[in-house]
Design a protein around this ligand. Sequence first.
Ligand code: AMP
Length: 289
Amino acid sequence: MATSGIAVVRTVAGLREAVGGWRAKGERIGLVPTMGALHQGHLALIATARGQCARVVASLFVNPKQFGPREDFAGYPRDEAADLAKFREGAVDLVFAPPVEEMYPPGFASNIRIAGISESLEGAHRLGHFDGVATVVAKLLLQCLPDAAYFGEKDYQQLMVVRRLVRDLDIPVRIEGVATVREPDGLALSSRNVYLSPEERRVAPQLHQVLNEIAAVLRERPDAVASALAGGSAALERAGFAVNYLELRDAASLAPISRLAGPARLLAAAHLGHTRLIDNVPVGTSQSL
Ligand code: AMP
């Protein structure tokens, strides 16, 4: 059970046994779902959970259901020993690292689809992605039954989809959003940044810069949404990005908005070579959730 000094369980039964003991003692439990390839962004989620909970459980599971057929599931960076060392560094109490058959045994037939909020933006470009996310997150929440679960604003739409999921299904877990951790030049940390060539890595921070520039324009000119987005998109294409989307959305419902009137979020996805980058920034009155 102990690997590199940290407790690891690979079965739902093992997870429930450990967590049940803590719950019986009245200890607050936090869950941090991850797909591994850990970086400081994941460690920020763990640190937030640590600050709010007596016990922190992290899951380590590369979820096949959230990858499309032409996406990088097989090649997704995996290094369990390095991840366990980082979990230990973050003082995680327990790692849940199930094999695929534990999560999706033969005969598994359920799929959670969340209409509306999961259909545009990432959902439109990665068909089925949020079904996979909602299904695995529902399973992880029900397997662990933590008091709170921690998700990064880096994947802002995912955070909103998970909030919808727990509301719709009455899952009694508090969902906490954690601000995006960035490199000093502004690039959002991501497990996929390792795919960038040195030249692409030099260009990549412009995604965040352009989002910030658009946000600044909109604060001055709330009506200039269409022109600011078109200008930003053109700037990204000139820099070498192939833009999937660059949109301003209501911060909570993710409904499209054409005029800045309240809390909003600018969200973008773009390819740089073969690597797909996503980022988002708050615009308007509420800076964070
Ligand atoms: P992943 O392992 O990519 O599925 O991410 C696991 C969790 O870490 C998700 O809730 C992500 O939103 C979060 N995360 C990933 N990158 C960052 C980042 N740069 N800052 C904050 N959270 C992040």
